[in-house]
Design a protein around this ligand. Structure first.
Ligand code: FES
Ligand code: FE
Length: 412
């Protein structure tokens, strides 16, 4: 498997450690964390190349030979389904002189032929042919660099790490949550990528807190009780849990948090209610698509899962959302939204495309704007981090997790 390069230059490491040590607990991050190229490199090394990422729903490559190329930070990853149905992920760079071997964004292919000198790779990454090489050349030592892959409840996860973080707790929790919602038998109804002119952490920090929901997301706040402090929606949440229970379903999220200590992948799962009478995340609260998984009726609830540093899942009874955060440079990132529906649901029959995508489209347009407003603000030399509000407890947890990840030696 791929070995990430761990840089050991002392000077930048010392400087970053000092910035981490100077962090004021309970406050937002300082300016360099959003602008400093060395911190960005540390982010890639300690967060991006170390943690698991949700790449896609496997329904995007349903048939043997199907492939799609995903761009993540500095890397391009080819996701494939081999002849035997197994899913593979490998870096899109030739083992000869580094050319991109796959030049199409997606398609179906039995093999990838490098456009430079025609080394030919199978769709499992194995090198099948290398023309005019010496007799002692070992093809088996020159396959495409493979990434670790796990497919859980239809979700494809990849890790760039040589020794990936323990994923077992994540798998258990995904079975207990996304599994109840039938995500293993879902399909992608829509994907939308939003380029954001901001450091990737500003985008994630915005996602994990709902202190901004009231002022910034009037449409979401019309239907989702999370716009209020948790202690004010306990009764609504209890009613939601009673409805879920009455359906004979136990969404085993609890309010579960596992950090990344002891080489485990981090996961946070929790549930919250929609307002009374609201069935799902739609404009007026009415159903959007056919019920999924074990749901025989709407429970008026949402299950939210935060996984690793970049992957976020939202489960409703009739559809699901995957939120992917992708660094694109020190002050640039992308958010990809993926809408899931039941695999048998038909557009125009079981769901209306515009209605299905309305809420998270308007919400993400609003998020992009406020993230970019914040990015412009924190570029000021006079920017000074303020205190994290009680309603931003998940952001506080994320910041603390992030600082721990970039300051803790790899493997500790
Ligand atoms: Fe791919 Fe030469 S770089 S065959
Ligand atoms: Fe938001």
């Amino acid at each position: 498997m791929l070995a990430p390069e761990i840089k050991t230059r002392e000077k930048p490491l010392d400087r970053i450690d000092q910035l981490v040590a100077a962090h004021r607990p309970g406050y937002a991050l300082t300016r360099p964390f959003y602008m400093d190229p060395e911190i960005y490199e540390r982010d890639l090394e300690r967060v991006f190349f170390r943690h698991w990422h949700c790449l896609a729903h496997e329904s995007v490559i349903p048939n043997p030979g199907d492939f799609e190329v995903f761009k993540l930070a500095s890397e391009a990853v080819i996701l494939t389904r081999a002849k035997d149905g197994t899913v593979h992920a490998m870096l899109n760079l030739c083992r000869h002189r580094g050319a991109e071997v796959c030049t199409k964004p997606k398609g179906n292919a039995k093999a990838f032929v490098c456009p430079y000198h025609a080394w030919t790779y199978g769709n499992d990454g194995a090198l099948k042919a290398a023309r005019l090489m010496p007799k002692d050349f070992k093809r088996e030592d020159h396959g495409l660099k493979k990434l670790h892959v796990r497919v859980v409840e239809g979700l494809v996860f990849i890790s760039f790490a040589k020794e990936p973080l323990d994923f077992s707790e994540v798998e258990n929790l995904l079975h207990a949550t996304a599994g109840q919602y039938g995500w293993g038998k879902a399909k992608v109804a829509h994907r939308q990528t939003y380029p954001v002119d901001a450091n990737w952490k500003l985008a994630v920090e915005n996602y994990v807190e709902c202190y901004h929901c009231g002022p910034a997301h009037p449409e979401y706040s019309e239907t989702h009780a999370l716009e209020q402090p948790l202690h004010m929606i306990e009764e609504l949440n209890a009613k939601m849990e009673a409805r879920t229970c009455a359906l004979g379903i136990d969404v085993g999220s609890g309010d579960h948090w596992q950090t990344s200590r002891n080489n485990k992948e981090a996961i946070h799962a929790f549930r919250y209610a929609l307002y009374d009478g609201v069935k799902t995340g739609s404009k007026d609260g009415s159903p959007l698509s056919t019920l999924m998984g074990r749901f025989s009726d709407f429970d008026g609830g949402v299950t939210s899962i935060h996984l690793g540093g970049t992957s976020f899942l939202v489960c409703y009874a009739d559809h699901g959302m995957i939120y992917r955060f992708i660094p694109r440079g020190v002050e640039a990132c992308e958010m990809e939204l993926i809408w899931l529906v039941d695999e048998k649901a038909e557009a125009g029959v079981d769901y209306d495309f515009d209605k299905l995508t309305w809420l998270w489209t308007v919400t993400t347009d609003e998020d992009k704007a406020i993230i970019e407003h914040t990015s412009r603000g924190v570029r000021s030399h006079f920017y000074e981090p303020g205190p994290i509000a009680p309603m931003e407890q998940n952001e506080l947890r994320y910041i603390n997790w992030y600082l721990d990840e970039i300051s803790r030696p790899v493997g500790a």
